[in-house]
Design a protein around this ligand. Structure first.
Ligand code: GLP
Length: 260
């Protein structure tokens, strides 16, 4: 393969060549050839090399480590948009899930979680904060709120396992529907450290309220590394009315607050 003069810009041609290498020869975390090698091998300028590499970095196919070079990123894990637990979702895709519980307590829920869960001011809720990994690499940071009354003893369970299977097997609460909103966010310094990404790296944020037979059981916000995760949706033309918490003014629409 070579880079030639013509209608396709040289940086685009080089990007495609590098993409071919990433897909066929290079394994995740392998270094890509240096700028100097690429300039010599394809007879292009440094600016062309930088532009080609820059576009693969912004597509999430390569990543840079300051002072070390540029490396091949692992392919993203793709999730179908359905009501799956993290544990289930990762296993189905051939990845090994693991979880660190960063905190868990029984407390009063903040107003958005309280209203999503249909709780009164005096009702207690569980707050469970976890770091979820796939094949040992951090994938998502999650903060979940669950109503305490129907789930006695929940915090004594093994929260490094699947919350969805605890709800189903120990409490007979099978989550069968949910409403979810997603947006993009740059990682704040704390989350960047947890997820092992540079500050301001792109994250996909999902906020969801899940129900078991119509009763709200979980209100959760998950921050997924955008370089490791993508979602697939099947769309049809049937209009869906937003659920109550998707309405502007309720604090959950794209125009609303994102406190949790
Ligand atoms: C996914 C969802 C979360 C949910 C979690 C439960 O990560 N985005 O909303 O809380 O799964 O996973 P598990 O059953 O493995 O605890």
């Amino acid at each position: 393969m070579s880079v030639v003069d013509g209608p396709v810009p040289k940086h685009r041609q080089l990007r495609d060549i590098l993409m071919g290498l990433v897909e066929t020869e290079l394994v995740p975390d392998a270094p890509v050839p240096s700028e100097r090698d690429l300039m010599a091998r394809y007879d292009v300028s440094r600016a062309t090399v930088r532009e080609a590499i820059g576009s693969l970095v912004s597509e999430g196919r390569l990543y840079r480590v300051r002072g070390k070079g540029t490396f091949v990123a692992a392919a993203r894990v793709e999730s179908q948009m359905h009501l799956a637990s993290f544990t289930e979702d990762m296993r189905r895709r051939g990845h090994k899930p693991s979880t660190v519980v960063l905190g868990s307590d029984e407390t009063a829920a903040p107003p958005p979680a309280r209203s999503a869960l249909g709780l009164d001011v005096t009702d207690r809720a569980y707050r469970i904060e976890r770091l979820r990994s796939a094949d040992g690499a951090p994938m998502a940071h999650e903060v979940s709120w669950l109503p305490a009354a129907p789930l006695p003893g929940m915090l004594e369970r093994d929260l490094t396992s699947s919350i969805y299977s605890i709800l189903a097997h120990d409490y007979g609460r099978v989550l069968d529907s949910a409403a979810q909103t997603m947006w993009a966010e740059g990682a704040d310094p704390l989350r960047a450290r947890l997820l092992r990404v540079p500050p301001a790296a792109p994250l996909l944020v999902f906020r969801k309220t899940s129900y078991a037979s119509g009763r709200p059981m979980e209100h959760v916000t998950s921050w997924y590394r955008a370089d490791r995760y993508q979602v697939h949706m099947t769309l049809d033309r049937t209009p869906h009315n937003g659920s109550p918490f998707d309405r502007p003014g309720q604090g959950y629409s794209s125009a609303g607050t994102r406190d949790y």
